[in-house]
Design a protein around this ligand. Structure first.
Ligand code: ADP
Ligand code: MG
Length: 681
């Protein structure tokens, strides 16, 4: 980078000591910082006919003062100035607060241009800016920056303008000429200028496009480079598994793997064989057969004489996994279950068996990462529903082995490049095909509360031998209310159906024994309707259940609704999902519509991401989700994908080292603190 741009902002005309301190608070230290402090929004003051204005939106109006402005004073130094403006054939009221001085400048008959919030019903505008005279035909687009109280917008605009005037010509291009030409990007100097003072919406769009690409490319280059360096420096566990035993196990399964499962499995096995540590995310919709693939992979590791661990987010799920894996494996391997509710002597025994390698596979919850758990030879780790665990929890489990291969699983699949971007150093495998013969779940949206029709529908299904889940309204503010709600709903449903049909209740406050009992009763069809909070959300598998009713469905995100819905449709009967919802806003309505239209988890999580934005979607647990200044990894997904491919090419062809056109990019990347610690060439 050019050295003059590294100078402190105090070098810029008009920035004194005090202003410098205030700008520092905004994170602006160097001239470079100032030039790259881009607006988050732009205002433009185009005059439009009144009929085209939007209620409650910002608008600019030009009109003629019908009479002199009127000022009223109130409170301490507060004032309200009212003007009546003739705009076309309408009289519009313009109100301006605490600027009584304007009365002196404006007189009846003057033409005035005002900007502010428009009230369509009262034909009134609350003025934030005014100007005597007509609007210019081509009003400039004005930048709006993120500010703190100590710096005003006017000041910031002024200093950025000054910085642009004196220093813009010092900014160097960093992208290779060919890239700029082939993507038709504006040059860097020109783009900076347009970001701050766009000459038109189109030029602004291109300037943004340039910086989005630049930002994504730098990110991808750094990420991919780090991964390459990491791979080459960390030795892992080359697992030379017993192919014969593995084949025997695969052939013993009651089904043939789908092509997608085969592909994912071979990617995983390849990782296991090589001496680098596997760090792979297995994505696939609910029921796509991830667990089957994971079971084969962990068996491969066990045939090398090592142990495996499977960590899941809830006890119910841990129990189910342990049971179904025991059935799959028969006496091929020794499986133990460790959860918070395994206590006393039994716990001691299990811990001891794990240590002495009397256990090959340990299935469990967070209990697995406690200090007391000590493996003899942990070679393979699986984390199911990985987004439910924090980064540190996942790392703790991994560190219980010596370079174990790690497989993460998620039933909230997102586009591949997004997954790689969001989850940093993971490789990604995708199961994008369902086992044959599955009937898509029919989903209906019923407005409001439980109706007789819905109750009758549940009854009919139960008479045909099926079972139903009813999910309670969600009350996030209070655990206590949540439970009470579940109990109330349970009482209501029981009153309708008992004693002919048995109703069960499940919520987070039940003891583990109680939970287990409820689930067993439901699995054995001793209970036909299970009223539950969202604790059944992940993984629970009762194939005879064919109806899922969700109260207050508008309160859940799409991914969560999809997870809940995934509790049915697990057998060969047609299944149904009924969403009880009265969404007020458009987003809620949109969610219900999407749910009724698709059962494809990939599509749903993409829509969810779009509706909620990446921050909310990934949640706080996933620290390490990159923050971009200009780009948005969801909205600008295509640019992210392009940047990923370009970065891969640059690295595989070693262009940073070999091609002079990439010198500037190389310099920036070498300045990165993570990379500079390692050897680049
Ligand atoms: P996931 O973990 O992705 O939700 P599972 O591995 O639990 O999916 O599989 C869901 C159900 O489908 C299980 O009952 C499993 O036995 C069955 N299954 C898995 N793979 C296949 C396949 N290739 N063909 C038929 N059924 C399968
Ligand atoms: Mg699963």
């Amino acid at each position: 980078m050019n050295n003059r741009l590294e100078l402190p902002i105090s070098e810029v005309k008009g920035i004194g000591e005090k202003l410098q301190a205030h700008l520092n608070e905004l994170g602006l230290f160097s001239i470079y910082d100032l030039l790259f402090y881009f607006p988050y929004r732009y205002d433009s003051y185009e005059v439009k006919p009144l009929t085209e204005l939007q209620h409650e939106e910002k608008a600019t109006i030009e009109g003629q003062l019908i009479s002199d402005p009127v000022v009223q004073f109130y409170g301490k130094k507060k004032s309200r100035l009212t003007m009546s403006l003739q705009v076309d054939q309408f009289a519009v009221k313009a109100v301006m607060f605490n600027r009584s001085f304007a009365k002196k400048q404006l007189n009846a008959g003057d033409t005035v241009t005002v900007t502010g919030k428009w009230d369509q019903h009262r034909l009134q505008i609350t003025v934030s800016q005014y100007k005597k005279g007509a609007a210019k035909s081509q009003e400039p687009i004005q930048p709006v920056y993120t500010l703190k109280e100590s710096v005003t917008l006017v000041t910031l605009r002024k200093v950025i303008k000054a910085a642009l005037e004196d220093y813009l010509h010092e900014v160097e291009e960093i992208l290779p000429e060919d890239t700029v030409l082939s993507y038709k990007l504006p040059k860097r100097q020109r783009a900076i200028e347009q970001m701050h003072y766009p000459e038109s919406r189109i030029l602004l769009k291109h300037a943004k496009r340039r910086f989005i690409y630049e930002e994504f490319l730098l990110f991808q280059l750094k990420m991919q480079l780090l991964r390459k360096l990491h791979r080459e420096s960390t030795m892992g566990n080359a697992q030379h598994y017993d192919n014969e035993r593995l084949t025997e196990f695969v052939q013993s399964l009651p089904f043939e793997l789908t092509n997608a499962q085969k592909r994912a499995l071979s990617e995983i096995l390849k990782d296991m064989k090589n001496p680098y540590r596997m760090n792979r995310l297995l994505q696939g919709d609910v029921g796509s057969g991830k667990t089957a693939v994971a079971a084969i992979a962990l068996y491969a590791s066990i045939t090398t004489g090592q142990q495996a661990a499977l960590m899941v987010p809830t006890e119910i799920l841990a129990e189910q996994h342990a049971a179904s894996l025991k059935e799959m494996f028969g006496d091929r391997i020794r499986i133990a279950l460790l959860t918070g509710s395994v206590k006393g002597k039994k716990r001691k025994q299990i811990l001891n068996d794990v240590k002495e390698q009397e256990v090959d596979l340990l299935v469990g919850t967070h209990a697995l990462i406690q200090d007391e758990v000590d493996f003899s030879r942990l070679g393979f780790v699986i984390v199911d529903e990985q987004h439910r665990f924090g980064v540190n929890q996942r790392r703790t489990l991994r560190d219980k082995g010596l370079h174990p291969d790690v497989l993460f699983m998620t039933a909230t699949p997102i586009p591949r490049t997004l997954a790689i971007t969001a989850f940093g150093d993971m490789d990604v495998s995708v199961i994008d095909e369902m086992p044959a013969g599955r009937k898509p779940i029919e989903t209906y949206w019923v407005k409001g509360q439980m109706t007789d029709k819905v109750l009758a529908f549940i009854q009919k299904q139960i008479q045909q031998g099926q079972q139903a889940y009813v999910i309670c309204p969600l009350i996030e503010e209070s655990d206590q209310l949540d439970i009470q709600n579940a109990i109330d709903l349970y009482n209501q449903i029981s009153a309708v159906f008992e004693p002919a049909i048995k109703v069960g209740l499940m919520h987070g406050r039940l003891s583990n024994d109680e939970k287990e009992e409820v689930m067993e009763d439901f699995a054995a069809n001793h209970v036909q309707i299970l009223v539950s909070t969202t604790v059944v959300e992940v993984g629970v598998n009762v194939p005879n259940a064919t109806v899922m009713v969700i109260h207050d469905a508008e309160r859940f995100g799409l991914s969560q609704l999809h997870q809940l819905r995934g509790r049915v449709g697990r057998g060969d009967q047609q299944s149904y999902c009924i969403l009880l919802a009265d969404p007020k806003g458009d987003v809620g309505k949109e969610r219900m519509r999407i749910m009724t239209e698709t059962t494809d988890g990939f599509e749903l999580s993409e829509q969810d991401l779009k509706l909620r934005g990446p921050g909310d979607f990934f949640g706080r647990k996933q620290s390490g989700i990159p923050e971009f200044k200009v780009g948005d990894m969801v909205h600008d997904y295509r640019a992210l994908e392009t940047a990923r491919q370009d970065a891969a090419l640059i690295i595989s062809e070693d262009l940073l080292e070999k091609d002079e056109d990439y010198r500037a990019l190389k310099q920036i990347i070498e300045q990165d603190e993570h990379i500079s610690g390692q050897v680049l060439d």
